[in-house]
Design a protein around this ligand. Structure first.
Ligand code: ATP
Ligand code: MG
Length: 139
């Protein structure tokens, strides 16, 4: 059912660098419609829960600290083939490997501080959207 929706966050590094507007511009220019959006800040506990799948990875502590250090913008996006197309738009996790024209190529500083999040499957897009938004906050 959620094949045309994905979930994103503008991460703390990009919000701090005042790149929120430019990133949202690239997202809407690429044909994604914003169906839910909020400016908020994750606690360490919430960031840890959101990235729980990476709990055993060596970078988990660093990731939780980074994702909770400042405000983020969370959004649900709608487009045909949303999950796959959005992963293409954001580019590789490591900006050194991200293709030209991608959000991470343009705005990410490092593999850890990489400007944006994008869901990796329809199932996770639904879980992640539900993590941030109630039914009353989607239009
Ligand atoms: P995201 O889930 O945020 O969209 P991703 O799917 O491209 O990113 P994941 O493998 O899910 O990459 O990793 C989640 C996040 O953990 C990365 O975006 C990055 O912020 C951080 N991360 C991943 N690998 C490393 C690493 N080797 N060192 C430091 N941080 C890392
Ligand atoms: Mg991921």
């Amino acid at each position: 059912m959620a094949t045309n929706r994905t979930f994103t966050m503008v991460k703390p590094d990009a919000v701090e660098a005042n790149n929120t507007g430019s990133i949202l511009g690239m997202i809407t220019e690429a044909g994604f419609k914003i169906v839910a959006m909020k400016y908020t800040k994750l606690s360490a506990e919430q960031a840890g829960a959101f990235y729980e799948v990476h709990k055993e990875r060596p970078f988990y502590g660093e990731l939780v600290e980074f994702m909770s250090r400042g405000p983020i913008v969370a959004a649900i996006l709608e487009k045909d083939n949303a999950v796959e197309d959005f992963r293409k738009l954001i580019g590789a996790t490591n900006p050194a490997q991200a293709e030209d024209g991608t959000i991470r190529k343009r705005f990410a500083k490092s593999i850890g501080e990489n400007a944006v999040h994008g869901s990796d499957s329809d199932e996770n897009a639904a879980i992640e959207g539900n993590f941030f938004f109630s039914g009353l906050e989607r239009f």
